[in-house]
Design a protein around this ligand. Structure first.
Ligand SMILES: Nc1ncnc2c1ncn2[C@@H]1O[C@H](COP(=O)(O)OP(=O)(O)OP(=O)(O)O)[C@@H](O)[C@H]1O
Length: 241
């Protein structure tokens, strides 16, 4: 279980990017974080992954205080993070990356199964070098395949739909459904997409750095669909408009 207690973060000369955020992600839950642009979603994901330290507050994983831990230490405890803009590694093949993620040498059929899960033709990609010749959508899918192979306790995806075409989007939804059903871990997804929000157990809405709603999908989604994300926008006084 992941617990965030009173997390705040301020950038010099700027308002609070995260303002006293407290929330819990229970085991085996699929949680979507959404909200207006600039609300603090990516920053919160970076705070959970250990990329950005908070100014104050505490982060607990299964009761253990991980607030001061590095990305690597958190990764060892089972936190995985898929970036909004994935990185490319020159000289490394797709096979190498999946093996690296899985923490051992997998047989080709196993690697192919991960690639198929994310809609890539395994034969075409398994020996490809992960360099600039891969498209943004292809690299994104390879990164998702890596996250699945890593089988982490808590996986954070930052806008996984970015750069993925419409046809592959359905495939992506299927991947997340499968992850939710088969992997015994929690998934936190930052997304603006209704179809991703729709498969979540819980939805969290961040706006202006504040947590403005957190509850079961069936309670939050109708309000989001009715008024859009700006139904949750805050005015200068920090009140919902
Ligand atoms: N290093 C920084 N310096 C100044 N401002 C920052 C910094 N990092 C983030 N911000 C600001 O903090 C706010 C929250 O950014 P963040 O990327 O977390 O938003 P988001 O909810 O993920 O937005 P989007 O939906 O557009 O991806 C934005 O206004 C952003 O400009």
């Amino acid at each position: 279980m992941l617990e965030l207690k009173n997390i705040s973060l301020r950038v010099e000369g700027c308002r609070e990017i995260l303002d006293d955020i407290s929330l819990t992600v229970e085991d085996s839950k699929f949680v979507a974080i959404t909200g207006p642009n600039g609300g603090g979603k990516s920053t919160l994901a970076k705070v959970i992954a250990g990329i950005q330290p908070p100014d104050s507050g505490t982060i607990l994983l299964d009761g253990q205080d991980i607030t001061g831990m590095s990305i690597t230490e958190r990764a060892k405890l089972g936190i995985g993070f898929a970036f909004q803009q994935p990185v490319r590694f020159k000289g490394i093949t797709v096979r190498d990356l999946i093996n690296l993620a899985a923490g051992g040498k997998l047989k080709d059929p196993e690697i192919c199964a991960y690639l198929r899960d994310v809609g890539l033709c395994a034969r075409e990609y398994i020996n490809r070098e992960v360099n600039a010749s891969l498209s943004g959508g292809e690299i994104k899918r390879i990164e998702i395949a890596m996250v699945i192979a890593r089988k982490t306790k808590l996986t954070i995806f930052d806008e996984p739909e970015a750069g993925i075409d419409l046809w592959s989007f359905q495939n992506l939804i299927d991947v997340f459904r499968k992850m939710r059903d088969e992997i015994n871990g929690s998934i936190v997804i930052i997304s603006h997409q209704e179809r991703i929000l729709d498969i979540a157990d819980d939805i969290i809405v961040l706006s202006g750095g504040k947590l403005v709603a957190h509850g079961q999908k069936d309670d939050i989604l109708p309000e989001l669909l009715e008024g859009g994300e700006c139904n949750f926008c805050l005015n200068r006084e920090g009140k919902r408009v």
